[in-house]
Design a protein around this ligand. Structure first.
Ligand code: ZN
Ligand code: ZN
Ligand code: FE
Length: 768
């Protein structure tokens, strides 16, 4: 050991503070290994700020350390900043990992991630003690978010608390040179959880026997409930038409597509076209469901995604998933959330046995608890970039960085595809997918998820933020739980646009915002949804919108695109020609009722909804007249688009021109695919024309796109290209869904400004 007096003048010592997602992801062992490699002495520990290393050695080595601590960080780490502070050299040769310093700081928790390659190699090695272990995991992979019950993140504060480490696991856990150093969820066959197979009337089996029994049932065409990372899946052979049809019937699912899991990338390529960007997403550690263009393959029967040219495909992301594919049997499995239609995903084994009883023939579960549910994420690739459709497993609870700091706040989102958002300082944590807030079970799941995220983030909201819709349950929940805190209301489409601004950390002047969706409560009480807003976080100016048409009968209008087609024709003064498929599909009685309803304006809400315009065009073109699930008509209309043609020319204020042109094409026998294409192109051209008009008027050159309609790849690509070609800067969603699953982020960003103004004005109280 070198004494302090012998310190060479060329030695330097520095404190390097690394912040971001750096705890629970193997950062300290990484620092330890890096310091030893560079011949540095010193120490490393976790504290409230992140990871703090003190390193000492040659100035060159310390400088290299400062760079590589960022560039070579472990796969799950997200390094946000590296700060260096000079210290006096002390000498010494040892490098040690110190215990974490206590402190109520903010720890950023990692999402759950797919099994890493190192674990997979051990899993496949018959000589390894974790050969075929269904719970193999290490510092770089496995469950995190869904098993944490409290902070600090330590084994006793996870659902692994009931599994004491055996001597071998314990040695790995305490060895800084081991990949499993301080990996909280680790286990092995002798100390870890075990699989359980349950089938009514059969003896319960465990471990490899459980797996064999489950596999045999899958091969025989049964429906199995399988416990995953964030909840149960309902699983069956995707090539077995009867099994898939039975699952569809039991889930009361209509034609809504099922996602599938393919055994591996080669299998995925057999059932769908996979681009480079799509491959990266399929095989990345987040492992979302990727929406791919399907190919004709016997491995996936038509009942998996009827009437849909796309297929939601994912690859195995847990060791248990791998085990389902490792024997001769189905190479593609339907994998859909284990829930009764509309309810949250089931996470608990005993609850699964009851709630999934009408759906599953047998259960493959285990005793590692899931503390909070986390559904599979869904993404699409558009123009080479990721477009999130559902941001959940693998993504939540990574925070989004805000342009300006916010005071502690909770935005409760909307009622469809609910997510909520907690924010404080420069961070916004958007929750995992919660679901539709129309039943008690979802409201319970919301409350539990909200409590959990508060615990993980340490945010204690001082302000609540809600949609302005007076009957939204999310809003009612906030009002009930406000306890004297201000409740701020944000208009739905303003929140959509603010969410895309926030995910880009945008902090400039108002932008041209196209907010296109199905339904949002407008400031005039109408159902908005085809909105052109000049917006920033502070507010918006409604520049124009799709002209109002009557929405006959609320939900009935939404579920029957043919009625929307007839309502649009009515509004445009176009007769209901009996040769039109939309007219033919309705009975005489339905037509008479609808006509009376529209004539007298009975139970008709005025709407500017873009989603309903898609419905109308889909039905006029003969593509879809009745919607069994949300956005079915729009999805099928996009799906049939083909051929060549010029865009229909119309204006937001006068969609009647569009309706007239579509009717003429239908009566002329133009194919649905061409009509669809002309509609998509026409809408994209209308957006470009409108943006150019606004630029000429107001000098704005930035365009933001949000709302559920922008899940439509064809429209998104055409409008982005057109706008870019016209010289606009285009902000579109890449990290947060354009649907209502993203509005909580926008609500938070808008309310942050309003809350700041409230503080300035000393204004108090309820603001909705
Ligand atoms: Zn691993
Ligand atoms: Zn063990
Ligand atoms: Fe919306």
């Amino acid at each position: 050991m070198v004494g302090a007096t012998a310190v060479s003048v060329s030695r330097v010592r520095a404190r390097i503070t690394v912040s971001g997602v750096v705890q629970g992801v193997g950062f300290r062992p990484f620092v330890y290994a890096l310091a030893r490699e560079l011949g540095l002495s010193g120490q490393v520990c976790n504290d409230a700020a992140g990871v703090i290393a003190e390193v000492e050695g040659s100035s060159g080595a310390v400088a290299v350390f400062g760079v590589r601590v960022r560039t070579d960080a472990p796969p799950l780490a997200v390094v946000e900043s590296v700060e260096r502070e000079e210290l006096p050299a002390r000498g010494g040769t040892a490098f040690v990992i110190r215990d974490s310093t206590a402190g109520a700081g903010r720890t950023l928790v990692s999402p759950d991630v797919a099994t890493c390659n190192d674990c997979l190699a051990e899993f496949a090695d018959p000589a390894d003690r974790r050969y075929r272990h269904p719970f193999i995991t290490c510092t770089n992979c496995g469950p995190r978010f869904t098993i944490i019950t409290g902070l600090p993140y330590d084994r006793p504060a996870t659902t692994m608390a009931g599994f004491p480490l055996c001597a071998e696991c314990s040695a790995e856990y305490s060895d800084p040179g081991d990949r499993r150093f301080h990996a909280q969820p680790i286990a092995c066959p002798s100390c870890g959880p075990r699989l359980t197979f349950t089938q009514p009337g059969a003896v319960t089996s465990y471990g490899e026997d459980a797996l064999a029994a489950a596999h045999q049932l899958l091969v025989s065409g049964a429906i199995l409930a399988v416990k995953g990372l964030g909840g149960f899946h309902l699983v069956c052979d995707a090539s077995d038409h009867d099994a898939v049809a039975t699952l569809r019937k039991r889930k009361d699912r209509g034609d809504k597509p099922f996602a599938v899991m393919a055994a591996d990338l080669a299998t995925a390529r057999c059932i769908a076209q996979v681009s480079d960007g799509e491959e990266a997403l399929l095989t990345g550690h987040q492992r979302p469901i990727v929406l791919l263009r399907r190919t004709a393959s016997a491995a996936v029967c038509s009942a998996v995604a009827p009437g849909n040219p796309d297929l939601g495909v994912m690859l195995p992301y847990t060791p248990l998933h791998r085990l389902l594919f490792d024997q001769p049997g189905p190479s593609v499995l339907v994998m859909t959330s284990g829930n009764v239609s509309g309810e949250p995903i089931v996470v608990d084994d005993s609850e699964a046995l009851v709630r999934l009883a009408p759906l599953a023939d047998a259960w493959l579960g285990h005793d590692r608890g899931i503390h909070v549910p986390c559904d599979d994420s869904v993404v699409r690739v558009v123009d080479g970039d990721e477009l999130p459709v559902r941001r959940s497993r693998g993504y939540a609870p990574y925070p989004i960085n805000l342009a300006t700091p916010v005071r502690p706040a909770l935005a409760v989102g909307g009622d469809l595809k609910n997510t909520f958002c907690l924010g404080e300082g420069r961070y916004a944590w958007l929750s995992a997918h919660v679901g539709d807030m129309d039943d008690l079970a979802t409201l319970d799941a919301f409350a539990k998820a909200e409590e959990h995220l508060e615990l993980l983030t340490g945010v204690r909201p001082e302000v609540l933020v809600v949609d302005k819709h007076p009957s939204y349950r999310s809003r009612q929940w906030a009002q009930l739980h406000a306890a004297g805190r201000p409740v701020i209301g944000v208009q739905h489409h303003h929140a959509h646009l603010a969410s895309v601004l926030a995910e880009h950390s945008y902090d400039g002047p108002p932008v041209i915002g196209f907010a296109f969706d199905g339904t949002g409560y407008g400031d005039d009480g109408a159902v908005w949804g085809g909105e052109v807003l000049l917006a920033d976080y502070n507010g918006f100016d409604r520049y124009t919108h799709l002209a109002y048409v009557p929405l006959p009968g609320g939900d009935a209008g939404v579920q029957n695109p043919c009625r929307m087609a007839l309502a649009h024709l009515f509004a445009a003064g176009i007769p209901w020609d009996p040769r039109l498929p939309a007219v033919q599909t309705c009975s005489g009685e339905e037509l008479a009722l609808l006509e009376a309803q529209l004539d007298r304006n009975l139970a008709c809400a005025p709407t500017s909804s873009m989603g309903r315009l898609f419905d109308a065009i889909a039905s006029l073109a003969g593509v879809c007249h009745r919607a069994g699930y949300e956005a079915q008509a729009a999805i099928e209309l996009e799906g049939v688009a083909a051929g060549a043609g010029v865009g229909y020319r119309f204006e937001f204020e006068a969609p009647g021109e569009l309706l007239g042109a579509v009717v003429r094409d239908v009566l002329d026998g133009v194919e649905a695919g061409v009509i669809s294409l002309r509609f998509h192109l026409g809408l994209a051209e209308l957006m470009v024309r409108t943006a150019e008009r606004i630029r000429a008027d107001r000098g704005i050159n930035t365009v933001a796109l949000s709302g559920g309609v922008f899940v439509n790849k064809l429209l998104l690509e055409a409008s982005c290209r057109g706008l870019a070609a016209a010289g606009f800067v285009v902000l579109r969603h890449r990290r947060v869904p354009p649907t209502d699953a993203g509005i909580a982020l926008g609500q938070l960003a808008v309310a942050a400004r309003r809350a700041a103004r409230m503080t300035e004005d000393k204004e108090q109280g309820i603001c909705v």
